[in-house]
Structures are given as C-alpha cells and as structure tokens.
Design a protein around this ligand. Sequence first.
Ligand code: FES
Length: 238
Amino acid sequence: MVSARFARLSESQDVDRYSTDGINSLLRLLTAIPGRNTAEVNLHKGILIFCETSSIDNPINKQGKCSMGKKQDLSAEFSNALEQWAEDALEGIGIFKNRYPDFEKLKEKAIEQLRSVYSDKTIDMFLTSKDNRRMDCPDGFARITGPCGDTMEIFLKVDSGVIVDSSFQTDGCSPSKACGGMVAQMAKGKSIGKIKELTAQDVLDVLGGLPEESKHCALLAVDTLKEAVEDIVKREKS
Ligand code: FES
C-alpha cells in the first residue's frame, strides 16, 4: 500500500504543493521505510526525485556531516511533540493511524531517522519554541530573505539597552525555525553590544550542529537579529 502511494507521487512529480517541511518529512519517512533507500531532494526548488535503488544512501546523512548534540533524556513535552510530529508527517502523506497496521513502528522509525539527522536540541527548538510568534509594537524589527528564498523575521523589545523580549517568524525549513528560536532565546537578557558579537557559529554550537546544507539557516537568523538591533538603534536616534 505504501509503495503504491509513493509510486504515484513519483510518477506525478507533483510536489509543488508540498512545503519545504512537507518534503523534508516525506524524505525522512521514505528513508525510514525498510527496503526503500530512496530519495534525493532539491529542497530549494521543491523538486523531489525518487531513486528506486537500494545503493543510494540517505542524502542528508551523506552530505550532512552533522556534529550531533548529545542525545538527551526526553522530557514529556519533547516526547509528545516528537510523537505528534511523526503522526502529522505520516498522515500528511496519507498513512493514517487507523488504516496502516504498522503505524506505530513506522512512527518510531520516522522519529529515529529525524534524531539521526538533527540534534535533540535542534528538534526541540523547532517543535516547541514558544518564541515562534509575532510581537505587537516591537522596539526593533527586521525581515530578511536569504539566498535560499526563505524569509526570517525578528521582533525585539528593549529596556535600558537590554533585550527583554524577542520572537521570530519564518516561512523556512525546520532548521531555520530552530535557528530563529535559538537566536530569540539567546537575545533575551543580552545588551545590544553583546548581540552585535553573536555569530552563526555560536548558534550552531548551542544547537549541537546542523547538517552542512542547513548551516546557512543560522547565518540568516543571526543576520536578521542584528538588523533588528540596528533598527532599535535607528529608532532611538530619530
Ligand atoms: Fe532557507 Fe533554511 S533552507 S533558511
């Protein structure tokens, strides 16, 4: 049943309707299914090419060289978020709990696969960050669209030169959500001067690394944060 569905997707090549996250999820699920060592994805163009040969490795693992953060004991919130992510991802490609007998096993494999690509810190951040929100009347705001086509927005509140609240929004990939959440978290309690010293590497270090092809997401988040800080400075001068 699963193979038939994937074959249909493969034939149609109609993947424009999938968001980057959707394609990411699909890739992870495809690579999680035994005997389907499958896919190659160009995330930026949204093109999915199925390679039906067992000799092709998971390209994320192949190119990733991700320096994984230490696996953590899972908190209840993180565990629930992971389970929910896996269910949504499976149901997003038409594999429903009540109709697929090995649903639980497939869910476990999808989670295992996700955790082999990203550190737990990264996953936790993109699944559960409470800073993924708009802010009314921020003191500083910036929006940058990166070369990948994804847009990051950062909102800041400042008091006596110290960031007292920060949040982000992005239409980008899961790593960009993790990076947005992390810079929002790192900005809080810091002075404007300290934020200017922040680098993409600092963000990658706290996240426990990202696959090579996702490292630019950290740069996009840091650049946007710094521009939001510049916005505060400009407003204070005017
Ligand atoms: Fe564009 Fe992550 S791929 S920000």
